[in-house]
Design a protein around this ligand. Structure first.
Ligand code: ADP
Length: 257
């Protein structure tokens, strides 16, 4: 259900969003942005009104993964609000569309930029805003989670052993903030070749997290060249539902799209 926790204090631009979902990981390179973008486009393919907020100021992925015709955010001169760009009906906001090079900023400045981009963008009425979080569980992430009332978090990891410890950190951060972790996506888990399923990084860290923390869903996502290719070419693959039956992630939210 929609969770406008403190609706009267909520920035106007966020007031008509039913669900704000954080896609998070503790390390870079595990496929967090790939999952965030494909989740968003899968939901849009199911008929939902969706936006993606790329919260990574240091290494924004959205401009690589999605290629809208208009690659610059515009400012509404009267209201001083930001007009998101759009690709296939999904609203997009990223520092990478702000027309500046990679920034050198200290933490508090980064938080300020992220909060401004998030809370002054004209999202309009959305069923889902997917936030592609910066990797990690530091101050920037905490501040971001406190600025918006998150409905739920999805944690992305890879099966390597170390990743388990990191995921546990992420789950703890969200549970402290009273945000339910509804799913762990174990990415690049396996590939099929020669009639066999191969697990190049071993098995089991995802299910360990799910059991230990009582997270309702675990998705194993294979290494899939088409996912990588669609990400590199800026054209998310909306038709084939590359994440599988992604709607399962959201059934617990009681939201129908
Ligand atoms: P992160 O956001 O965690 O830094 P990305 O989503 O940018 O990670 O993914 C890192 C790289 O791995 C990208 O080139 C992406 O296309 C590739 N990748 C991610 N998941 C998969 C997958 N399941 N199969 C193939 N390539 C993948």
């Amino acid at each position: 259900p929609a969770r406008p926790l403190y609706a009267d204090q909520l920035p106007k631009c966020l007031q008509s969003i039913s669900n704000i979902v954080a896609v998070s990981s503790c390390k870079g390179g595990v496929g967090k942005s790939t999952v965030a973008v494909n989740l968003a486009y899968t939901l849009a393919g199911m008929g939902a009104r969706v936006g993606i907020f790329d919260a990574d100021v240091y290494g924004p992925s959205l401009p690589t993964m999605v290629s809208p015709e208009n690659r610059l955010l515009e400012m509404n001169p009267e209201t001083k609000t930001i007009i998101p760009t759009e690709y296939l009906g999904v609203k997009l906001v990223s520092f990478g569309f702000a027309g500046q090079g990679r920034a050198i900023m200290r933490g508090p400045m980064v938080s300020g930029v992220i909060n401004q981009l998030l809370t002054t963008s004209e999202w309009g009425e959305l069923d889902y805003l997917i936030i592609d979080m910066p990797p990690g569980t530091g101050d920037i992430q905490l501040t971001l989670c406190q600025v918006v009332p998150l409905t739920a978090a999805v944690i992305v990891t890879t099966p390597q052993k170390l990743a388990f410890i990191d995921v546990a950190k992420g789950v703890r951060m969200f549970s402290k903030l009273k945000v339910p972790c509804i799913s762990v996506v174990e990415n690049m888990c396996y590939f099929d070749a020669d009639g066999k399923r191969h697990y190049p990084f071993g098995e089991g860290s995802g299910s360990q997290v799910v059991q230990q923390f009582g997270i309702p869903h675990l998705f194993d996502l294979p290494i899939r060249p088409s996912l990588s290719a669609s990400g590199d070419s800026g054209t998310p693959d909306v038709v084939s539902d590359p994440l599988g039956d992604v709607s399962k992630i959201f059934q617990d939210l009681g939201v129908c799209v």
